[in-house]
Design a protein around this ligand. Sequence first.
Ligand code: GLV
Ligand code: MG
Length: 363
Amino acid sequence: MRSAKDFFAPLAVGAPAPLHEIPARPSRAIHFFDPSNAKMAAKIPQMVGSVDVLLGNLEDAVKADNKLAAREGLVAIARATPDLGGPGGRTQLWTRVNSLDSPWGLDDLTTLVGEIGDRLDVIMVPKVQGAEDIHYVDRLLAQLEAKAGLTRPILVHAILETARGMVNVEEICGASPRMQGLSLGPADLAADRRMKTTRVGGGHPGYLVRQDPTDGEIDAPRAVHQQDLWHYTIARMVDACAMHGIYPYYGPFGDIADVVACEDQFRNAFLLGCVGTWSLHPKQIAIANKVFSPSVEDIAHARRVVAALERDGGDGTGAVMLDGKMEDDASLKQCLVMVHLAEELAAIDPELKKLYDAIEVTA
Ligand code: GLV
Ligand code: MG
């Protein structure tokens, strides 16, 4: 275990110094594309500026025969696309590399850091099992960054998609100052846990509770309520991330046609504390941007609470009544989470800024 003093020292001579804090860069939608797919790759330049994150996927969903083409395709796209990735990028550039036990993971890291390390903001590492995986990637990245002469550390994002990774979630979040966040990987996680689902994320109609029978009539109609399969996992992930100052994300929603259930799943994650989600199809970008941006109503209310608790020289402590509801220090803190998020989003999204700026705070 590195001591606190060593934690922020570079892991290789010449590597950039680790960050002390992970910047809160808006990342409502992480849009996945396959860089070996010429049709998808051709659309990337026009997506820059309209989505928070573009992620070149090299792992699952890319055929084994296309792994090298995907890696090379990502290098070519990063080089040819202005404003994508890097400190001034209008859209962040992330990648999902192949898993550490695969035949491609090592070459993915060495090629990408060497060729386009200055453009890559975050590397997503799949199937992370414990802190040891992050330690390995951390040191390797430091060596590669030093060799490539990079001046900015590349951040690491882990996918939570094994039972062991789930059990080790806190230590994974705290394993390196590079840790930017976690995503839920519901498909792999379901398989690894031996859950009996066959879908990519979302709910399941069989996971329910049923009202007791009336007068022993077990066959009579009774109210049933579907439960959330992912509540426990997302809640644990959110706590682990919050404890370490990093960011939690929902993952894939595979039923592309069901935009309504997709929005529900994204909203559940937003309400529980996630800052964004994956997008597997362009239509999911709009859903993510809507859901992971606080609504005008929420911001209007939040600003009203802030104004009420700070009115007449108030310092935000104590309690006030607004519309028959008690607001105090704790509800103020919740409102400030929303207000700060709105400020961060308004800084990159002019349409949203207009909407938030037009809000009039009423007494
Ligand atoms: C994502 O990678 C998943 O397995 O759900
Ligand atoms: Mg997976």
